[in-house]
Design a protein around this ligand. Structure first.
Ligand code: ZN
Length: 251
């Protein structure tokens, strides 16, 4: 079984289609696992939901999914994100709103737990530091955890290296190497596949992962997509200029 792992697609259909095609070339997949923020920011929310639902899909909610569906209040979003959410909500039909509102905050696909932010705060925590990773590992009941939200690809391993014999080992963050197969072993870990539709690690290419239970192993890939086509659609939708420009820089 191979699962395509996507996160933070953010209504970017050009990026999503590039990822699906590239994953097909990289050995294919049997299911899609989405770690939240399928919508928000980008120009094609409904088309992205339709595309994802063509596959055997397991999806958890992100803050933008819940905000677009009115489950959470978008008032504390920044100006551009708020404007995009208002626009997004108007594009979605009643069935799409129900689908987003009904997304679970946490899902399990053994050996993984899927969540957007973190296990102690599934919708809003950006898991980026060892203390945050330790808190999620404490709540984790499967060997591995998949997160999104920060748009930063990484692997965080539980064992780390204690600085002294009296100190507990702290989780350590590692780069998620592109194009490599990372074996999953007995060390528990938290993995972020990066963002499909709005990368923020200074690499504008769409980012995704594939889990292969024959190993088991996880692979990280980047793929170029037609950024200008997405930007034209965003201009036509009058989405905020800042959101259009940041796709060029992956920031
Ligand atoms: Zn996001």
């Amino acid at each position: 079984m191979r699962a395509l792992i996507v996160s933070d697609i953010h209504s970017n259909l050009d990026a999503l289609d590039a990822v699906i095609a590239d994953a097909g070339r990289n050995g294919g997949f049997d299911a899609v696992w989405s770690l939240g923020d399928m919508v928000g920011y980008g120009p094609e929310p409904s088309a992205c939901l339709r595309r994802l639902r063509e596959f055997s899909l397991t999806a958890v909610a992100g803050n933008h999914d819940y905000a677009a569906a009115g489950v959470i209040n978008a008032a504390d979003f920044n100006g551009a994100a708020y404007a995009a959410i208002q626009w997004t909500a108007k594009q979605l039909d009643a069935g799409e709103i129900r689908f987003l509102a009904g997304l679970p905050q946490v899902a399990q696909q053994p050996p993984f737990t899927l969540v957007h932010g973190s296990l102690r705060d599934p919708i809003t925590e950006y898991l980026l530091h060892p203390g945050q990773a330790a808190a999620t590992l404490e709540l984790l009941t499967t060997p591995y955890c998949l997160v999104g939200h920060s748009h930063q690809p990484f692997i965080c391993r539980e064992n780390g290296h204690p600085t002294s014999s009296r100190q507990a080992a702290v989780p350590r963050f590692y780069a998620f190497p592109e194009g490599e197969r990372v074996p999953l072993d007995s060390v528990r870990c938290i993995i972020n596949p990066g963002s499909v539709g709005q990368p923020r690690d200074r690499d504008p290419r769409a980012s995704y992962a594939i889990f292969d239970n024959n190993g088991p192993a996880i692979e990280h890939y980047r793929v170029e997509y037609d950024i200008q086509a997405t930007q034209s659609k965003m201009r036509r939708a009058a989405l905020p200029q800042y959101l259009i420009e940041r796709l060029d820089y992956g920031a």
